[in-house]
Design a protein around this ligand. Structure first.
Ligand SMILES: Nc1ncnc2c1ncn2[C@@H]1O[C@H](COP(=O)(O)OP(=O)(O)OP(=O)(O)O)[C@@H](O)[C@H]1O
Length: 487
């Protein structure tokens, strides 16, 4: 916690930033002190990422000022010592980990024979933050799973000669529980060394667990700052604006799985934890979850359903897939929001092969309004905030004529209010007869399913139903051992 008399490391006064007609920051005033962890919360499009880019000098303000201790911010280029780990991966995918590290440290690593030193520093920093990470500096970034790419992104931000401020923009959205704990342990170490850390997150529990102060950003301005110890998650929800819609949970829904009038829309043969035959199935209109520790075969189940060509797998012919990794599989960056949104619906909307512009426009309007996609239909998709891009990808699947929707951890980076609306959307679409298969790395989300399968090492460790789908049960079953195991 900073002392009352500490000089700020960063002083932001009346900062504004516009992109054409869009006002991303409308007058932010904020101080950051040495030895503090400052949380930043706010809805999708509130201006968090823009503010973070401005804090480290990557983005220059339209008006107002940013002062950084020991640095003349009128000089061009990023501010030395203020480092940002991006929400959207900023690594070059076709390069190795060590090459990426070299690129951002080239001014002080050797000019020749730099591979060895870059690999050494990459490994040392990954070890320091994420012990047991399993990443080889010679690995190509493109070959790494999302969680490992995120670890490299964070480690890279800390590799600098004079780190004063570390900014983490939604760092834990794709990390496993252990990596999250490791990261926050490292954040506390930095605080103890009198550095400052800025943490942007939609995960209010994490914010309150690690931050000293929290600033709430709304429509491009700081509307309040709080001592973390004085506020609850609910206080922050309210400060961010709006009530939380209460989605009907699977527990309250009728038992669609017992209704023989509904056809089995999804069927995948599996093994249980003891190696006996079992299955994952969903009847039409059910929301089923795939859960457990990250990387236990949940995405393989989705991949089998998406491919759907194996003889032993049953799935509706019309299906849509919503990726969580929008950078890799999600958006068409040169297209507008509207074009991205209608992409998979075009076939269903067309009449005798001819496109129907009116119908397309109506569909776009409906989903842009429903999900409150800031920027509107005509905006370039890359101009949207991360959470708003993700909403477009979700809307694209629901706007299609698909009977079964496969969700691959799609809500990372989506703010808490929008998430609750999406949970309701899933429920109402299921009630209308759609089948949803939903993998989530956030155990708490699974309570919105009718049934949830806990996967472990590619096998079904448990099938939970209704009120039994709790975080505690999921965690317990994620570690359940097979009967025959020695453990
Ligand atoms: N490069 C850009 N071009 C045009 N508009 C932009 C650009 N970057 C951000 N914006 C707009 O500025 C506003 C703030 O976006 P920003 O990414 O800062 O929000 P955010 O709070 O980080 O949202 P999220 O929680 O979804 O990541 C949004 O309306 C966004 O569309």
């Amino acid at each position: 916690m900073p002392s009352d008399h500490a000089m700020p490391l960063i002083r932001v006064s009346q900062a504004t930033k516009s992109y054409g007609a869009t006002i991303a920051l409308s007058g932010v005033t904020l101080n950051l002190y040495p030895g503090e962890v400052l949380g930043i919360v706010g809805h999708n499009g509130a201006g968090k990422s823009t503010l973070m880019r401005a804090l480290c000098g990557i983005e220059r303000l339209s008006s107002g000022s940013i002062e950084v201790a020991r640095h003349d911010t009128s000089l061009p280029g990023p501010y030395p010592g203020v480092r940002l780990a991006y929400q959207e991966g900023s690594l070059a995918p076709e390069l190795t980990v060590q090459e990426n590290i070299y690129l951002s440290a080239a001014d002080w690593l050797p000019k020749w024979r730099w591979h060895g030193p870059a690999a050494k520093i990459a490994r040392a920093q990954l070890d320091a933050i994420f012990p047991g990470h399993g990443i080889n500096p010679a690995d190509f970034v493109d070959d790494l799973p999302l969680a490992e790419r995120q670890m490299v992104e964070i480690a890279r931000a800390t590799i600098t000669k004079d780190l004063q401020v570390l900014i983490l923009d939604e760092p834990t959205e794709s990390l496993s529980g252990k990596a999250v704990d490791d990261l926050y342990a490292y954040v506390r170490k930095l605080r103890a060394q009198n550095l400052a850390v800025v943490l942007v997150s939609h995960r209010l529990k994490e914010i309150l667990g690690v931050c000293d102060r929290v600033a709430v950003l709304k429509d491009g301005a700081v509307v309040s700052t709080h001592l973390a110890r004085d506020v609850t998650q609910r206080d922050l929800f309210m400060a961010m604006g709006g009530e939380i819609a209460v989605a009907q949970t699977g527990a309250e829904a009728i038992r669609a799985d017992l209704d023989p009038a509904r056809h089995v829309a999804v069927y995948v043969p599996m093994q249980d934890i003891d190696g006996a035959e079992t299955d994952i199935y969903a009847r039409a209109g059910e929301v089923i979850g795939l859960t457990g520790i990250i990387g236990q075969g949940q995405q393989q189940v989705l991949a089998r359903l998406w491919k759907g060509d194996a003889r032993d797998v049953t799935v509706d012919a019309k299906r849509a897939y919503v990726p969580g990794d929008r950078q890799r599989a999600g958006i068409f960056p040169l297209w507008t929001v509207g074009a991205n949104l209608t992409l998979t619906a075009l076939g269903d909307l067309a009449k005798r092969g001819l496109r129907q512009p009116d119908k397309e426009a109506a569909l776009v309007r409906k989903w842009v309004d429903l999900l409150k996609v800031r920027g509107g239909a005509a905006a370039a998709i890359t101009g949207l905030s991360g959470g708003n891009q993700q909403k477009v990808i979700v809307a694209r699947a629901f706007a299609s004529g698909a009977d079964t929707i496969l969700l691959d951890d799609p809500f990372r980076g989506v703010d808490i209010h929008t998430k609750s609306e999406l949970y309701q959307l899933i429920r109402s679409e299921a009630q209308a007869g759609r089948t949803i298969v939903w993998y989530s790395s956030e155990n708490a989300e699974m309570r919105h399913c009718d049934r949830a399968y806990v996967l472990r090492a590619g096998r079904v460790a448990a099938a939970l139903q209704g009120a039994d789908i709790t975080q505690e049960r999921i965690i317990a079953m994620s570690f359940a051992e097979a009967k025959g195991s020695a453990a």
